[in-house]
Design a binder for this molecule. Structure first.
Ligand SMILES: *[C@@H]1O[C@H](CO)[C@@H](O)[C@H](O)[C@H]1NC(C)=O
Ligand SMILES: *[C@@H]1O[C@H](CO)[C@@H](O)[C@H](O)[C@H]1NC(C)=O
Length: 326
């Protein structure tokens, strides 16, 4: 009898401690990672702050304040119980060694609805060393390097003001998203960096890229199969390889690309301006309803290209190519 009383007292006491720590970590719906025992490395603190915010039934915000932090591979996943924001004002640095990201990509956003990622912060992929060792520009079987950010199945979302810097591979990959806006978004990597596409989009509907600035070593924006209703407005590209639809038709069962609107953009110091590229007669595919309007080009080698026999490094069948020749 007496024992039972004691143990229930201990249970309610530890419950109280748990509640107290949660209330301490958040105030007014703001979950600050630095209140989660974050040191220089905020990986665990961010995961825990997100978990608490995501469980909140009221709109909430996870905050990474000013400062420079280390961040290892992280998955920021929903579904969450209410609208949720991640405000990044700090500089987040990825591990320099790609092997420390265990084969995946760096920051992985998945299955979040009503999501806002904003702030004056930077996702720094620290790609310099990885580019210098990359063989991907000449070897199709090279080991893929981690991308800075993935958005998989994100809906009704806004990415604002954030900077992505020196990714080891593509900066941003958008897959299976619906109604996602990038606004005042900045991508920065040097001209000589390898495979550092700015934003790659595939299998997504209603993607808006507005008033953004993309300087990189590869495509500014690349558009893969299954992209519909893509609006690119007020974007400045360069250096890099320009805005590219494709490559398309390399794989069977690709979905159509349609409703591409590129308007009021400036492309400077790039190899290409606007480009549509498809592989020669491998698999059928459809690309339609594409609009390019009010595009200013400065020092662009190939301002407009439609290349229907795209075949880098002789990766396609020579027979097919010979068949196509007159
Ligand atoms: C698209 O997402 C935004 C949030 O960025 C939201 O305000 C808007 O209502 C959504 N549009 C539709 C049609 O759901
Ligand atoms: C065109 O884009 C620039 C940014 O590059 C912006 O400042 C300007 O307001 C835009 N003009 C129109 C008519 O949308």
């Amino acid at each position: 009898m007496g024992l039972e009383v004691v143990s229930s007292a201990i249970i309610s006491f530890s419950l109280f401690l748990l509640l107290a720590s949660t209330t301490q970590a958040q105030s007014n719906g703001v979950f600050d990672v630095t209140k989660y025992g974050a040191g220089k490395d905020i990986t665990e603190a961010l995961a825990n702050a997100w978990k608490d915010a995501c469980a909140s039934t009221k709109p909430s915000k996870v905050l990474i304040p000013r400062g420079t932090y280390w961040l290892r591979k992280v998955t920021i996943a929903g579904p969450c119980k209410a609208a949720i924001k991640l405000q990044v004002d700090g500089i987040l640095q990825a591990p320099v060694d790609p092997n420390k990201l265990s084969g995946g990509d760096w920051v992985n956003f998945r299955y979040v609805d009503q999501f806002t990622l904003s702030g004056s912060g930077t996702f720094d992929g620290q790609g310099k060393v990885a580019w210098s060792k990359s063989t991907c520009h000449k070897d199709k079987n090279c080991k893929g390097l981690p991308m800075n950010m993935r958005f998989d199945f994100i809906t009704n979302a806004l990415v604002r003001d954030i900077t992505t810097l020196d990714s080891k591979n593509f900066h941003v990959n958008v897959l299976g998203c619906k109604n996602l806006t990038f606004q005042h978004f900045t991508v920065r990597a040097p001209r000589e960096s390898v495979n550092t596409d700015g934003i790659h989009i595939g299998r997504s509907t209603g993607i808006y890229i507005i008033d953004s600035k993309i300087s990189t070593g590869d495509d500014c924006i690349s558009v893969g199969d299954g992209t519909e209703e893509l609006h690119i407005t007020g974007v400045t590209c360069g250096p890099g390889h320009g805005i590219s639809v494709g490559s398309l038709g390399k794989y069977p069962n690709e979905k159509p690309v349609s409703g591409i609107f590129v308007k009021n953009c400036t492309i400077s110091d790039t190899t290409n301006g606007v480009r549509i590229k498809s592989w020669p007669a491998l698999y059928g595919g459809v690309a339609s309803n594409m609009h390019f309007e009010d595009i200013v080009m400065n020092n662009v080698q190939n301002p407009v290209i439609i290349d229907q026999v795209y075949c880098p490094w002789n990766q396609c069948s020579l027979k097919v190519l010979l068949f196509l020749l007159p």
